[in-house]
Ligand binder design. Structure first.
Ligand code: HEC
Ligand code: HEC
Length: 203
């Protein structure tokens, strides 16, 4: 190889490198721009949604977020609101969105009925052996932070949690662990409201 062709090869390599870096940066900002321009309207800029029926995403487990986003896209998790919003997004965009929300700091939740916290705490930590409800902490962790595919529940809006329990109990949310249907079916009305309040109260 002559000195001249070596220089050309190096130059092409450099241009290629800059081009690739440019593409990566562009798709990165596309996902983040989307988070700021579209998702923020319902979930808040930093994923701390202010509307109680829209889930908080801040500090949520990245593995869990990515799976839910893919399930909305494929229709495995059914939501008329979420499906069209992610329909055109590629895996890379969904990854960046999941990573973005996972690293935001979760804001404290709102407790509507402090009188239910004791019942909720007991159910969360011990389950109910009479009705065969397993302890939530065995999967969602004692502090509610979750791990990997087990979602964070600490500080989540109780209204959103109640919506999800209804979807699980009626067999309308089936994309994840089957155990959540059994959990939702076996809890009494009071236990369901109590555990939702307790999750909202967790820092
Ligand atoms: C018009 C309001 C709205 C917009 C805009 C919106 N979402 Fe949602 N999002 C919702 C609702 C409502 C749910 C709960 C749906 C359900 O019951 O499955 C949800 C659920 C989710 C979940 C599942 C959370 C969990 O805890 O399981 C993720 C992740 C999510 N949205 C991400 C996004 C992203 C990323 C965007 C932007 C591309 C976005 N959302 C835009 C309303 C919205
Ligand atoms: C054996 C493990 C396991 C146990 C026990 C368990 N969960 Fe879950 N839970 C999961 C998994 C996995 C998901 C997410 C995937 C899915 O939909 O199944 C989930 C989802 C949830 C969600 C929806 C989160 C969201 O952001 O949409 C809530 C709320 C929840 N669980 C609360 C509870 C409560 C309360 C209990 C105890 C009464 C409990 N879970 C017991 C594994 C478990």
């Amino acid at each position: 190889m002559t000195a001249c062709s070596r220089k050309i090869t190096v130059a092409i390599g450099l241009i290629g490198g800059f081009w690739l870096a440019g593409v990566a940066a562009a798709s990165d900002s596309t996902a983040i721009r989307l988070a700021h321009d579209v998702c923020a309207g319902c979930h808040g800029v930093d994923g701390n949604s202010l509307v109680p029926n829209f889930p908080k995403l801040a500090g949520q487990q990245k593995v869990y977020l990515l799976r839910e986003l893919k399930d909305y896209r494929s229709g495995k998790r059914v939501s008329e609101i979420m499906a069209p919003l992610v329909a055109e997004l590629g895996d890379g965009d969904l990854e960046q969105l999941a990573a973005y929300y996972a690293k935001q700091a979760p804001a404290p939740g709102i407790v509507n009925d402090p009188g239910l916290l004791a019942v909720g705490k007991s159910l969360y930590l011990n389950g109910n052996s009479t009705t065969d409800v397993p302890a939530c902490e065995s999967c969602h962790e004692a502090d509610g932070s979750g791990s990997g595919k087990f979602p964070r529940v600490a500080g989540q809006h109780s209204e959103y949690a109640l919506d999800q329990f209804r979807l699980y109990a009626t067999g309308k949310r089936t994309n994840g662990a089957r155990v959540m249907k059994a959990v939702a079916e076996r809890m009494s009305e009071e236990e369901t409201r109590a555990v939702a309040e307790y999750m909202a109260s967790m820092p």
